[in-house]
Design a binder for this molecule. Sequence first.
Ligand code: SF4
Length: 417
Amino acid sequence: MTGYFSSPFDRRHSVGVDVGGVMVGGNAPVVVQSMTNTDTADVDQTVAQVAALAKAGSEIVRITVDRDESAAAVAGIRERLDRLGINVPLVGDFHYIGHKLLADHPSCAEALAKYRINPGNVGFKEKKDKQFGAIVEMAIRYNKPVRIGVNWGSLDQELLTRLMDDNQKQGSPLTANQVMREAIVQSALLSAAAAEEIGLPREKIILSAKVSQVQDLIAVYAELAKRSDHALHLGLTEAGMGSKGIVASSAAMGILLQQGIGDTIRVSLTPEPNGDRTREVQVAQELLQTMGFRQFVPIVAACPGCGRTTSTVFQELAQNIQNDLRKNMPVWREQYPGVEELKVAVMGCIVNGPGESKHADIGISLPGTGETPTAPVFIDGKKAATLRGPDIAEEFERMVAAYIEQRFGRGGRQAAE
Ligand code: SF4
């Protein structure tokens, strides 16, 4: 049983799937993925966005393959990314005509690292099984995994109707919502069984079952995890914009991840107009990192501020430090191995400032309103300096950079060995 003191690393066992060199499931850490919102036929824009997502830390990127022009562009996108040294696996998102696009564009079938199929709209009536089978056969031919991605917005209506009808005949029928959840789970499991029957090995199948309500997501994935050992891709669909999307995704996925459920995640945020698509990667990383599952970037602990801090100095300093650390990570990952474990504290006053700063690797306690205008800096738990004057922020930023070089740079690593 999962209890209050259980280890967050108690993962459910799943069959690992190799997605273009990135392991999903098995014993692999939870993988962060994202999706572009460019027209895939526009090679320049798609390459730029995939590159940005990969640089932000997306370990797999999905692209829409919705028509001939986009399927024809995929191999070129792959080549351009390879030339840029960006080897992030690309997943093709197929709906309705995936079987045809993969057959007509072998270069696309080859360049993609995984195919995503939605059993609810792969085809209808007698064509459904045929077209589903055709995509699975393509995956077998090209030795690619598939994600069977059920979405409640495009749920297999025949299956849902059948379950609704059966339910009506029961003595104590389930609610319509319970039947819908069951239909989602069954759609994923029956499709996976059908794919296996055609010959796709278990280690080539990932399942997802996306819904837009937090409680539905938790219930559906708990059931999927109970009934199968397929690797699971987690994501709340139509999560929404801004803080609503972030909170809903984090609440739903946080609970599942804590129960050991979920091998890869995507935070589906509706971007602001002209907003930064990489935000979804950042949120996914922060979710995994704050829960203690993975380390991606150094953490900045900052107090919320209160009536004791009437200036914005500490807010600006905390933000600058966090932005700087994130911006430098792509280079630092190579230059300073282990730097993602760094903990920085930026605190607003003397009440909790020194205490919190001592717990960080490097921390500063800024002067609150009415306090002496000095800022003690703590390094590895000991007071290392007291900063004064108008350049406290810049001096602290320099000290953080020097600390990183000294501890995680080549010299620091050699001294520690
Ligand atoms: S550390 Fe000081 S400024 Fe920050 S929240 Fe606590 S009392 Fe307020």
